[in-house]
Design a protein around this ligand. Structure first.
Ligand code: BGC
Length: 830
């Protein structure tokens, strides 16, 4: 390849494909979302799900699957995902997402597994192994510390090295080392001052150096800020295509600013990926829709978490039931944004219990995607299956939506629901978050359910009804009131087979076995980052350091509504006989109830006399065990290289603190059943800090860490999060200022653009044009100038022109946008 060809190979062709070179017999690779189902667009553009993609099985989202704590299950789900991707000629499936849940408001939490890096890493590794069994590639994302959606392309995560390593990178490390991912996506944000996609510390030192990763790194879509720096850091592929990315690489090599060896390394890794993800033209283009749907149901069944039950569940036979709540008719089963899947079928509660159950049966579908690799092909799913859908022995009296899904008051709906409830013994109340309140590109404004849903709950309660609440949302909501229901079932976002799975739990065909992979706080204000999330300026300061999720609640002694690792069952389990050895723990688990069930046993490790900043205890292992009624089993959970390690900033490496460790085995973080100790020899005497100088971290009370204390932990001054201003309210607009920021532009043109976008967003919100609102919010309002320029297909010069306009040089800027430089024009004329 010539230098030009190499550089062109390193930037995409269109939105989803890599460049092809017929002369080298090198075809394009196709990259498609996503994490819980294949989203292969039928058009060239990235529609973020606005135009349905080729139908595929919509499995439960990561937030849901994590509640199953079942690695084998998610590995098998990955295998089916990979099979569908291969059938759709997708070489790289863009998932899983394994960022930490730093704050429950992050709009993309539904796409992520957990607040705990160990659990998230194990789930990510398992799904990757499954996907890659098909000979294609998974792509773990978004590397790294990408924990808020607000200003996601223009935000710098300021984190101390220990928290970065232990909390924000560990899940990726497990995904790389144990999952063997062939591809990894760098994130939009910058980390400690450098964009993740060009961050040598992250990509070269840690990912490739320490973890030995030899796979490919791709930028998140339009995340590329400085292509030359990215190549140097080892980010191989820029996606989607960019007019000037390749030109810059060529120029930098020619000018001696970039060593050709970096370009060659990237090309080599991309070729390796190409070779290892080739899909045979004769490979099947169909998949068993019915079986995949059935498996999606199994995944959902194992992930549903029973939060409350006063004995009302499982529902008795012939119980008189009213279905109330809009979510019974329009289930919330996945999130919004780039992960959105066009499901092969959708099971709705109303169809399953009142209507024609055949509506919920998977159907044969044929489609001509037009752009499948290797020419036009028909993706055809197998023949229609007519499953005999088993009914339920329930006496269902009817359905009423009860409330407006988007929160508008609607007394008529509420009245009709109350009237229907009068005729029933028990109300199945379907509540949840609507699809625009948790979505990619936006963080939630609060963590409450809409008030109209709570009002209906209160009215039903006051009327003396027995109430079973089924909650559909991808992240915690405040549950102080709903806890008073007779039963509370957290369905999370459980994929296309949601209703079938939930109904089987409600009637007891399935014994619930999911446990929370994240803490549900009592109130939002209780969260460690309630006062600092999201970062609204250039920086987002991770002042809480290690103390996110249960690490905070336990250490700071803040009682959550539902703790990490919590979930009820229709049976009971007894733990006994703990043995702790150098290798791990062993104990006996007995199902002491009268029905079969599964128990997730959790291994935590703590160190009471630690000289370090430390959470009380941390998850270091888990096992899910299925037991018949009365059955016992010996359960073993091994220790591994992560059980006792901590990252020492001074030795710049992983160390073990010597001394006595407490070993806990429990049914949740708050429900320890067995306890032991183990002595460990330390690996270093170097203590990285003076705890007396870091009182908030020593106590874990990190809600209000002062700048001085955070600086002590960081070991450097906090970078300024401020913008540069010409005068008050007139900002210096650079590449990374967003459309929202243009309101402070020197020129009316910038201010007008910003105003227009903000006006249209507010307008569409007011008139409930949700889809348009989210497109503006996700796609435009928080896009930096460089993103907009790429979107418009601008050259670098044209982008510079745009910046000139925003900074006051209207005519000069326009000239740069509209006309080519004189030299180029003369050349073109020649
Ligand atoms: C998202 C990625 C996604 C990509 C392609 C980006 O906006 O952050 O997660 O894979 O788009 O759709």
């Amino acid at each position: 390849m010539t230098l030009e060809e190499k550089a062109a190979f390193l930037t995409g062709k269109g939105a989803w494909e890599t460049a092809d070179f017929p002369s080298f017999d090198l075809r394009s690779m196709f990259l498609a979302d996503g994490p819980h189902g294949v989203r292969r667009q039928v058009t060239e553009a990235d529609d973020m799900g606005k135009i349905p993609s080729i139908p595929a099985t919509c499995f439960p989202t990561a937030a849901t699957m994590a509640n199953s704590w079942n690695e084998a299950l998610i590995e098998e789900m990955g295998e089916l995902l990979g099979e569908e991707a291969k059938a759709q000629r997708v070489n790289v499936l863009l998932g899983p997402g394994t960022n930490m849940k730093r704050n429950p408001r992050c709009g993309r939490n539904f796409e992520y597994f957990s607040e705990d890096p160990y659990l998230a890493g194990k789930m990510a590794a398992a799904i990757i192994r499954g996907i890659q069994k098909n000979g294609i590639s998974a792509c773990v994302k978004h590397f790294a510390a990408n924990n808020q959606e607000l200003r996601r392309m223009a935000n710098d995560s300021v984190i101390d090295e220990r928290a970065l390593r232990e909390i924000y990178l560990t899940a990726f490390e497990i995904a790389v080392k144990e999952g063997g991912t062939k591809a990894l996506m760098s994130s939009y944000n910058s980390v400690n001052g450098t964009y993740a996609n060009e961050n040598e510390h992250l990509l070269r030192d840690i990912l490739r150096g320490e973890w030995g990763y030899t796979g490919m790194v791709v930028s998140d879509w339009s995340a590329s800020n400085d292509r030359v720096a990215a190549v140097k850091a080892g980010s191989d592929l820029e996606m989607p295509s960019c007019k000037y990315g390749a030109e810059e690489v060529v120029k930098a090599v020619r000018d001696g600013k970039l060593d050709l060896k970096y370009v060659d390394e990237c090309v080599g890794r991309l070729l390796d990926l190409y070779e290892s993800t080739k899909i045979d033209d004769n490979a099947p283009t169909d998949f068993d829709v019915y079986e995949h749907n059935r498996f999606a149901k199994k995944c959902a069944e194992e992930s549903i978490v029973l939060l409350e039950n006063n004995g009302i569940l499982p529902l008795p036979k012939n119980e008189k039931i009213a279905l109330i709540g809009d979510f019974a008719e329009n289930p919330r089963y996945q999130g919004a944004g780039s992960s959105i899947v066009n499901p092969t079928v959708l099971s709705r509660y109303v169809d399953r219990l009142l209507g024609d159950p055949a509506k919920s049966a998977p159907k044969n579908k044929e489609y001509d995607p037009g752009i499948v690799g290797g020419g036009k092909k028909e993706i055809k799913v197998v023949e229609t299956y007519v499953e005999e859908l088993v009914g339920y022995d329930l006496n269902v009296v009817g359905y009423e939506p009860g409330f407006d899904r988007y929160g508008k008051k609607d007394p008529k709906k509420a009245e009709a629901a109350m009237k229907l409830a009068e005729t029933a013994e028990t109300v199945l109340l379907f509540l949840g978050l609507d699809e625009v309140s948790e979505a990619e590109g936006m963080d939630r404004a609060h963590i409450r359910l809409n008030e109209n849903q709570l009002e209906l709950f209160r009215a039903l309660k006051a009327a003396g009804k027995k109430i079973v609440v089924i909650l559909s949302c991808g992240a915690p909501v405040e549950l102080a009131e709903l806890r008073e229901a007779d039963a509370l079932v957290y369905a999370c976002l459980s994929g296309q087979a949601c209703a079938d799975a939930v109904m089987d739990v409600l009637v007891g065909r399935v014994n619930p076995s999911g446990k929370l992979a994240e803490t549900f706080p009592e109130r939002y204000e209780d969260c460690p980052t309630a006062g600092t999330f999201p970062g609204t300026k250039r920086t987002s300061e991770y002042r809480e350091s290690l103390f996110i999720g249960y690490r905070y609640y336990e250490k700071a002694e803040v009682k959550p509504a539902y703790p990490f690792g919590y979930g009820l069952s229709y049976t009971t389990f007894e733990y006994s006989g703990l043995e702790v050895t150098e290798e791990g723990v062993k104990f006996t688990l007995k199902n002491t109830g009268d029905r079969a069930g599964a128990e997730i046993s959790e291994l935590y490790v703590g160190k009471k006399d630690s000289a370090l900043i430390r959470p009380v205890k941390e998850l270091k292992g888990f096992r899910k065990t299925f037991l018949e009624a009365g059955e016992s089993a010996e359960v073993q959970i091994p220790f591994d290289d992560k059980t006792f390690r901590y990252f020492n900033d001074l030795t710049d490496g992983w160390e073990i603190e010597g001394g006595t460790y407490e070993i806990y085995v429990g049914a949740s973080i708050d429900d320890v059943r067995l306890q032991g100790t183990l002595e460990k020899t330390g690996t270093s005497d170097v203590i990285p800090y003076d705890l007396a100088e870091l009182p908030s971290y020593a106590s874990g009370k990190v809600q209000n860490v002062s700048a001085e204390e955070f600086e002590k932990l960081l070991g450097r001054p906090i970078p300024t999060g401020k913008y540069l201003f010409y005068t008050k309210n007139r900002m210096v607009i650079d590449d990374n200022c967003t459309v929202d920021d243009l309101r402070y532009s020197k020129r009316w043109a910038g201010r007008f653009c910003s105003w227009l976008v903000r006006f249209l967003t507010a307008f569409s919100r007011f008139f409930c044009i949700r889809c348009f609102e989210s497109t503006l919010e996700i796609g435009i309002k928080h896009q930096p100038v460089r993103g907009i320029a790429k979107f418009l297909g601008f050259s670098r010069r044209q982008k510079e022109g745009m910046l000139r306009i925003f900074n006051g040089q209207l005519f000069k800027g326009l000239g740069m946008i509209l006309f080519k430089p004189r030299k180029n024009r003369l050349q073109a004329e020649k």
